[in-house]
Design a protein around this ligand. Structure first.
Ligand SMILES: [Cu+2]
Length: 470
């Protein structure tokens, strides 16, 4: 009997390690080699850091940003010279709470001047960061404002006429999130970097040595041969089988995107430039011109596929690798927030803005930007209608029209009620050739502001005007 059990023991001593080794190998293969084979040549999506608030008082926020020269490995084994805020490419996400008093110091470590504009933020002209608030090389600028608008996804980027397109192309841009009591309490994904994901989309071209190949001709700007998301080339992102919120910014200089999912599935659009829509919208595609944002929620628990891609006109933007168990995520509420109408009982003025372009340059009302000329004078807290027309031109193109210092509402697009995705607050709208939009605007802050085309090469060449709110 003892001899027999000794033999079993010897067999077991041999078999157990074999089983363990087999199991470890199978697990390793499934989780690492398998995924790596599938994602060969792909890079995990970079998630920007959240900028540290240097003031412990929740009522007051203090931030510090600095521009710098840097390098980044977009293409394996090759370094690309870049610009960044506090890092190598792009900048951190800045989070503000509604009603917070904010102070931000911006230090410019470049050998050329820059400015920093808070795109979509309702602040007075002095703190808007437009072309007037230049920050010389080695200098710093301090912006101070109180956040006084609803939760939204905004962004920041340079705005010094003539240098904007170049500085953004090389990496100067970042996201701003405003949080408020509604965004904090709504039943929507809000775990940053886990189920609430920033998605900054930019087209870029590279030379064989890895450097950026930024080419502008008289005809216009060529589409980049690669699309970066948060500065990641060929990105993938691992998601669980749950609802994921994507805060998408078209951060490109000149390219439009029409985002769809590769499996044709619908998603919910919950917010536009200026914040939440009243009700979530079921969409199969979302169009964003440069500067525009949309927040969408994709329900990955509904997909059986292992991989679903975000694409635009057959360009791959981002691959989602679906992994793990089905997670129960709450339903998105059918009513998100109440979007209040800009009152239009006393409309003081109607202004017309006619956009015209010739290849790479363009005008508004036949004029190029002149720093020493005030184009419009607007009364503080007055409601106005702004009629924006794209009159075409030679090699005509659509133009994203952006207004500083306010969030406006779209009254009509070509004489019709705007599509539901334009029912919320906006700061940038796409105006295609021959189109006419009517916007309802109201300015709550005083100072000097810009309106312009958000194709950055057009803006740099003067497709911009300035107005005073007084
Ligand atoms: Cu334009």
């Amino acid at each position: 009997m003892k001899i027999k059990s000794d033999r079993y023991r010897k067999i077991l001593i041999v078999l157990i390690p074999v089983f363990i080794a087999g199991f470890v190998f199978a697990a390793y293969y499934t989780f690492f080699i398998g995924i790596n084979t599938r994602l060969e040549g792909k890079n995990e999506l970079k998630i920007p850091e959240i900028l540290e608030d240097l003031n412990p008082d929740p009522q007051i926020a203090e931030f510090k940003l600095e521009t710098r020269y840097s390098q980044m490995e977009f293409i394996e084994g090759k370094m690309t010279s870049t610009l960044g805020y506090n890092g190598s490419y792009l900048g951190p996400v800045i989070r503000f709470d509604k009603n917070q008093d904010v102070s931000i110091e911006v230090e410019n470590n470049l050998n050329e001047p820059t400015t920093l504009h808070w795109h979509g933020l309702e602040v007075d002209g002095e703190n808007d960061g437009g072309p007037m608030q230049g920050i010389g090389s080695g200098e710093a600028w301090n912006a101070k404002f109180t956040v006084n608008q609803p939760a939204a996804t905004l962004w920041y980027h340079p705005h010094l006429t003539g240098l904007v397109a170049d500085q953004v192309y090389y990496g100067l841009a970042g996201l701003i999130y405003i949080d408020d009591e509604f965004s904090d309490s709504l039943s929507i994904p809000k775990d940053y970097g886990i189920d609430d994901i920033p998605i900054v989309v930019q087209d870029r071209s590279f030379k064989s040595d890895g450097s950026f190949d930024y080419n502008v001709s008289m005809m216009g700007v060529d589409k980049g041969d690669q699309i970066l998301v948060n500065g990641t080339s060929d990105p993938y992102f691992m998601v669980k089988r749950e609802k994921i919120r994507l805060r998408i910014l078209n951060g490109s200089n000149a390219q439009n995107f029409n985002f769809v999912l590769s499996n044709g599935a619908e998603f919910m659009m919950i917010a536009s430039d200026g914040g939440f829509l009243e009700n979530p919208l079921e969409k199969e595609a979302i169009f964003l011109s440069p500067g525009e944002r949309a927040e969408i929620v994709v329900d990955f628990s509904e997909f059986n596929d292992k991989s679903v891609k975000l694409t635009s006109n057959d360009d791959l933007i981002l691959e989602f690798v679906i992994d793990g168990e089905l997670e129960k995520s709450p339903d998105i509420p059918e009513e998100l927030v109440e979007v209040s109408e800009i009152p239009d009982d006393e409309v003081l003025n109607t202004r017309i803005f006619e956009l015209q372009s010739m290849g790479i340059s363009g005008t508004i009302n036949g004029k190029y930007y002149d720093m020493d000329r005030i184009d419009e004078r607007v009364t503080l807290n007055a409601t106005e209608y702004w009629v924006v027309r794209n009159a075409g031109g030679m090699m005509a193109t659509g133009h994203p029209f952006h207004v500083h210092g306010t969030q406006f509402q779209v009254v009509s697009r070509n004489g019709e009620k705007p599509p539901p995705e334009e029912s919320g607050y906006k700061d940038t709208v796409y105006v295609d050739v021959g189109e006419e939009l009517v916007l309802k605007v109201r300015f709550k802050k005083e100072g000097l502001f810009m309106y312009h085309c958000h194709i950055l090469e057009h803006e740099d060449r003067g497709m911009m005007g300035q107005f005073v709110v007084e």
